[in-house]
Design a protein around this ligand. Structure first.
Ligand SMILES: O=C(O)CCC(=O)C(=O)O
Ligand SMILES: [Fe+2]
Length: 369
């Protein structure tokens, strides 16, 4: 990646301003009360109630928050970061030995596009479950299921173990967070667990090299995460910006290498019937320092039909989405990642029930009362 190829250049309205808005940041939440000193430990109910409220408020107001004292050992995080640095420092030829393609969906990739503009980054993807089952195609009538396997590079040889150990730790955290989110919606704490039985979760290691034109390109263009929940570790460089719900301003997320950034994905938005929204974010690059980040995309089983939870809908708050199959949604997304399509990617609003129809349902609901 030398000078800026036109493929990387954002339309003027999407180019980042280099003077950044630091404003009041996304909420910082301390999870230390969840730490389990022994197996019979359960947190003080009052403290837990306070924590659940903090999580619920953050999901409602921002769709994003940071957590500290999250229980993922610093040493595991260091190990994956160190191995990743070594991996990306190699030549393109070496890295492309584990290049992703239409059949092998996991591995190295350096030409990803977000909203049809190329991202200034290279990535390495791996799944948690091996193999991960996923529909073979995006065609709704095709019932064939394919298997995703990981591709591990020869160098550095420690990358594989570092990734697997890290994934186990973050997975536990992901379940804990889903419990807090369930409680915050007034649901039993294990309400979401079964969706993740045959999860399609994957982890991405992002490397953003220094960019000669940070005012024209983005590390990742504006987007929302399609899965349930994202747990993002980032180094001390910074670059992530979140679109503030209250006024649509792009807010810089102050990097804290001890914390994780959590964001609600599209699936939680649908499950919660819009009580919590998946929020747009993007990544700025800079001309001096490379940056690393590691998102963990917590995704349900491919056969999950995503729809508003019955407990969260009623005649006065009818379901705002038609059900959609997660596997087909993901397969459609993966397909367009490879080709720079001129059409818009599949989005949850394609499944949204039109307001006029919702108003009609609401009227019917009211007349029953
Ligand atoms: O690198 C980051 O801070 C965020 C990356 C991201 O949003 C993504 O990969 O979906
Ligand atoms: Fe993202």
């Amino acid at each position: 990646m030398g000078e800026v190829d036109p493929a990387f250049i954002q339309n003027p309205e999407h180019r980042p301003k280099l003077e950044i808005t630091k404003a009041e940041g996304i909420p910082l939440i301390d999870l230390s009360i969840l730490k389990t000193p022994d197996t019979n430990y359960s947190p003080d109910p009052k403290a837990l109630e306070g924590l659940v409220k903090e999580v619920g408020d953050a999901c409602k107001e921002w769709g994003f928050f940071q957590i500290i004292n999250h229980g993922v050992p610093q040493e595991k995080r260091q190990k994956i970061e160190n191995a990743s640095r070594k991996f990306f420092a190699q030549s393109t030829v070496e890295k492309r030995k584990v290049r992703r393609n239409e059949e092998k969906v996991m591995g190295y990739y350096d030409t990803e596009h977000t909203k049809n503009v190329r991202d200034w980054k290279e990535v390495f993807d791996f799944t948690l479950q091996v193999p991960t089952l996923i529909p073979a195609s995006y065609d709704a009538d095709d019932k064939e299921v394919a298997k995703w396997y990981n591709q591990w590079p020869e160098h550095p040889s420690e990358l594989r173990e570092a990734c697997q150990e890290y994934a186990k730790e973050v997975e536990q955290l992901a379940f804990k967070l889903m419990e807090l989110i369930a409680l915050s919606l007034g649901l039993p704490e294990n309400r979401f667990h079964s969706f993740f039985k045959d999860q399609t979760t994957f982890i991405r290691i992002n490397h953003y090299p220094p960019c000669p034109s940070p005012h024209l390109a983005l590390g990742v263009g504006r987007h929302k995460d399609a899965g349930a929940l994202t747990i993002l570790g980032q180094d001390d460089v910074g670059g992530l910006q979140v679109k503030r719900k209250s006024d649509g301003q792009w807010i810089w997320v102050e990097p804290n290498p001890d914390a994780y950034i959590i964001n609600v994905g599209d699936i939680i938005q649908v499950w919660s019937n819009d009580a919590y929204e998946s929020v747009e974010h993007r990544v700025m690059v800079n001309s001096e320092r490379e940056r690393f980040s590691i998102p963990f995309f917590f995704n349900p089983a491919h056969y999950a039909d995503v729809k508003p939870l019955e407990e969260l809908t009623n005649e006065l708050n009818p379901a705002k989405y038609r059900p959609y199959n997660w596997g087909k949604f993901l397969a459609t997304r993966k397909r367009s990642n490879f080709k720079k399509l001129d059409v818009e990617n599949i989005q949850i609003y394609h499944f949204r029930i039109p307001d006029s129809e919702l108003a009609e349902k609401l009227e019917q609901g009211l007349s029953i009362k």
